[in-house]
Ligand binder design. Structure first.
Ligand SMILES: Cc1cc2nc3c(=O)[nH]c(=O)nc-3n(C[C@H](O)[C@H](O)[C@H](O)COP(=O)(O)OP(=O)(O)OC[C@H]3O[C@@H](n4cnc5c(N)ncnc54)[C@H](O)[C@@H]3O)c2cc1C
Length: 495
């Protein structure tokens, strides 16, 4: 009989909901803690910028047992994703498991000597501690803002200028008749410049360091989900592990693979007129593809074309006399400076001695299957395997994690096996595929199938692929199919 555990789930975003459902379904007592007043994480309305929409098409951004509504567009808007997450929570009655407005302040080993962790919690001005047998960390990669300050900022704001993080740009009225400068080259930066240009800004400037490959929703008229998410495409990237035969095949097909990616680059250069905008990246696209690969915000290149958005390569040096002075000496008039400079990765509430075991000096995470660390027993991560289809990735890993916690994986790894695998993966990221180092190595894209194959195999699923080999090879990960694969893994109940 599997012991029924008291399980803490920290975070009520996509991943926290997946974790709460997976542990609850197996019969564990789930205690969810979300510091915000609402579920949703990055999709929670008060922290989403206007016009935010998914990068993933809707059938790739969903849980296995709940499709997004048919009347949603192919790339749903933020409030639609938020409503979808609420529908999922309602379907599985997850709200009963969560305490909202409750912050996890710290996490340390239990003082009573039992396995598990003690959380220090804070809500409505009160703090208390609570012990748990297992903790699912679901606080994502976008919870702590990266804050940048530049010389002259105090005088700039004292004179009426505004400086904000991209997540604080929630009201487009703010940009009307103002000179807007956005720092950053990610999707949030480009979403904001397009939104500002459409909402009556006097001028909009995008200041970015280096050009990166960006993929439009339609590449040469084809929805990118039919090009970039295929098993056949994934095999063209230098993935981890692999058999000697697989490696020999990869070498044999290298010229074809090279030609394929040069073709894709040519298409992107022509479609987006990258040369005209001096935006051709130096790195080959196949070396760059990872979770940080942005999708082109519709209207971005059109904005460059009609002059409503001015791109400048460089970065901020200082604020001076109502202008941003760039490192190349350019001066850009500025009333509102929006810093789309991302988030600080981490688990700040975890006791330092455990953070040291989790994170290497170069910022790379030591996590087996992107979920657990053998030196940190009785805990695991959900959503740290981010991808181009993160909801599905979170659900897959949540189902893996509950089995891991219960010792119910068909291939339950020993500490030595996990350590060896972690070390091998670190070598792969550091020497063979540097793009996989983004977000501390916590990204499974573009290797969705490879990652899911491993998880399903560990779980002992009887079915791991669609029966139609053509669909399996040339179509994107199908959430319905993954629902049946998960159901084919051995089932059990705790308690
Ligand atoms: C603008 C934007 C668009 C995106 N589009 C896509 C997309 O199209 N496709 C895709 O695959 N991914 C996309 N992503 C990535 C996205 O982060 C994931 O898809 C997913 O939403 C992450 O969910 P999560 O639950 O892991 O983390 P989050 O959504 O960040 O949720 C973490 C939760 O933990 C809570 N929390 C943090 N610390 C504490 C604490 N100490 N105590 C209590 N609660 C805490 C936070 O309040 C938050 O609610 C996008 C991200 C952004 C920002």
């Amino acid at each position: 009989m599997t012991k029924r555990k008291n399980v803490a789930v920290i975070g009520g975003g996509v991943s926290g909901l997946a974790a709460a459902k997976a542990f609850d379904e197996r019969g564990h007592r789930v205690f969810g803690f979300e510091r915000s007043h609402d579920f949703g994480g990055v999709w929670e309305l008060s922290r989403s910028y206007p016009d935010v929409q998914t990068q993933s098409p809707k059938d790739l951004y969903r849980y296995t047992d709940l499709a997004m509504p048919g009347d949603y567009p192919e790339w749903p808007k933020g409030p639609q994703v938020h409503a979808y997450l609420h529908a999922y929570a309602a379907k599985h009655k997850l709200a009963r498991l969560f305490q909202l407005n409750t912050n996890v302040v710290s996490m340390d080993r239990r003082q009573d000597g039992l396995p598990g962790w003690t959380l220090e919690l804070e809500a409505a001005g009160k703090t208390w501690t609570q012990d748990f047998d297992f903790v699912a960390v679901c606080t994502g990669q976008f919870s702590d803002k990266n804050i940048l300050t530049h010389p002259g900022q105090d005088a700039f704001t004292a004179a009426g200028g505004k400086v904000m993080h991209s997540s604080e740009y929630t009201d487009p009225a703010l940009v009307r008749d103002k000179n807007i400068v956005v720092l950053g080259g990610s999707k949030s930066a480009t979403d904001i410049v397009v939104n500002a240009a459409r909402n009556g800004a006097k001028s909009v400037t995008l200041v970015y360091r280096e050009p990166v490959w960006r993929v439009p929703y339609y590449v040469g008229g084809i929805n990118f989900k039919r090009l970039l998410y295929m098993r056949a495409q994934e095999q063209q990237f230098n993935g981890w592990g692999g058999t000697p035969l697989g490696k020999a095949m990869f070498t044999a097909f290298k010229p074809l693979i090279w030609a394929n990616f040069r073709g894709l680059e040519t298409l992107l250069k022509l479609q987006l007129k990258l040369k005209k905008w001096d935006m051709v990246p130096d790195v080959p696209i196949e070396k760059d593809a990872s979770c940080s690969l942005p999708i082109v915000t519709p209207g971005l290149f059109e904005g460059f074309e009609d002059g409503s958005i001015k791109p400048i390569r460089g970065t901020y040096d200082r604020y001076e006399n109502g202008e941003v002075v760039l490192t190349n000496g350019d001066r850009v008039p500025c009333d509102v400076s929006i810093l789309a400079v991302g988030w600080k990765l981490g688990v700040p509430y975890l006791a330092q001695e455990f953070q040291d075991k989790l994170i290497e000096p170069d910022g790379q995470y030591r996590v087996y299957r992107l979920a657990v660390n053998p030196d940190l027993p009785d805990m695991g991560f959900v959503g740290f395997n981010s991808s181009f289809c993160t909801i599905l990735s979170a659900e897959m890993i949540a189902n893996w994690l509950v089995r891991y916690a219960d010792g119910k994986l068909a291939k339950q790894p020993s500490a030595e096996e996990m350590k060896k695998n972690i070390d091998d993966m670190l070598v792969w990221r550091r020497t063979e595929r540097p793009a996989a180092k983004v977000y501390g190595g916590l990204c499974s894209a573009p290797f969705h199938f490879r990652h899911f194959d491993e998880l399903l195999s560990d779980m002992g699923a009887a079915k791991v692929k669609r029966s139609n080999p053509i669909a399996e090879q040339f179509s994107y990960p199908d959430a319905d199919a993954y629902g049946t694969f998960l159901a084919s893994a051995p089932q059990y109940s705790a308690g």
